[in-house]
Write a protein that binds this ligand. Structure first.
Ligand code: ZN
Length: 294
């Protein structure tokens, strides 16, 4: 098992994978179906997604476990299978990545709010611990707590992951530009506030995912770098801002459009770069190509 930080020392920039959710739907996941259950029922389909990103040239891939917390799995009556489904997610990505690529175990938000008293800190902590432990058992190299918007939940997830596994933990938040032109999460957290809190909780890689295309990600990375010049930054950008065309959501940025901006993202201070909603193996392949020449 190799370390994410060591890999970053050896290679200035690591390329990560692209979207999973939209990809699963393309492969037949029905709306209302549990994506993580596919780690058990459609192992081959999940493997094909992981492998397609490795084949596209990604150095790092994630796992199909974004909604794998017991709180999320409970919506499908699957909370008792938390350990099994997360371990399976990790082992599928591990198999696709082999020994020479890195696997980050994805942990997403639970959808319940601590500050509203919807769940206790203990329950939330135990859930994240269980998920992280199972991801480690399945073979991940590090954990990626992602798409966060609340500081309390993110910090708890980072701490639980660290304490349950001893692995390095990356943590990324999703920001939106407010009417005042400032970046804030849905819960009102600024990039600077995020940096302070998640580093204190034990994150060794920080960053941002979803919600924005490369243009705004560049601005967010500048903002993070203004308060933290050192900590590695992970960016998973959407293929631009979604547009609604003929009743469907369309992500406008082509692989070439994203690749044209990747060097600027690197210059702004990003160290691990991949895609979120709307990105495909074709996007990742173009990013790899664009970075190889820089
Ligand atoms: Zn996304």
């Amino acid at each position: 098992m190799s370390s994410l930080l060591t890999a970053l020392e050896n290679k200035k920039v690591l390329i990560s994978d692209g979207a999973w959710g939209t990809f699963l739907h393309q492969r037949g996941l029905e709306p209302g179906e549990c994506p993580e259950l596919w780690n058990s029922t459609h192992r081959g389909e999940v493997y094909a997604i992981a492998k397609s990103y490795i084949d596209a040239g990604a150095d790092v891939i994630l796992t199909n476990s974004f909604g794998g917390s017991p709180t999320k799995l409970k919506h499908y009556g699957l909370q008792d299978r938390t350990a099994e489904l997360n371990e399976a997610a990790a082992s599928i990505s591990r198999e696709a990545a082999g020994a020479d690529h890195l696997v980050l175990g994805s942990i997403g938000p639970t959808g319940v709010m601590l500050m509203m008293g919807e769940i206790s800190e203990e329950t939330l902590y135990e859930g994240f611990s269980l998920q992280a432990e199972a991801l480690k058992k399945g073979g991940v190299d590090a954990i990626c707590v992602e798409t966060m918007s609340a500081l309390d939940e993110a910090c708890l997830a980072v701490r639980a992951s660290r304490e349950a596994t001893g692995l390095e933990v990356a943590c990324t938040f999703t920001f939106e530009k407010t009417v005042n032109g400032e970046f804030r999460t849905m819960m009102g957290v600024s990039p600077a506030e995020m940096v302070r809190a998640i580093k204190e909780a034990g994150a060794s890689v920080i960053g941002t995912n979803c919600g924005n295309g490369f243009d705004q990600m560049i601005d967010i990375v500048h903002e993070i770098r203004s308060v933290d010049p050192i900590t590695p930054i992970l960016v998973h950008a959407n293929a631009g801002k979604p547009l609604f065309q003929n009743g469907a959501t369309v992500f406008p940025e082509t692989p070439e459009m994203m690749a044209a901006k990747v060097q600027e993202l690197v210059k702004s201070g990003a160290n691990i770069i991949g895609g979120c909603c709307g990105t495909t193996p074709a996007h990742i392949r173009q990013l790899v190509r664009a970075l190889r020449v820089c």
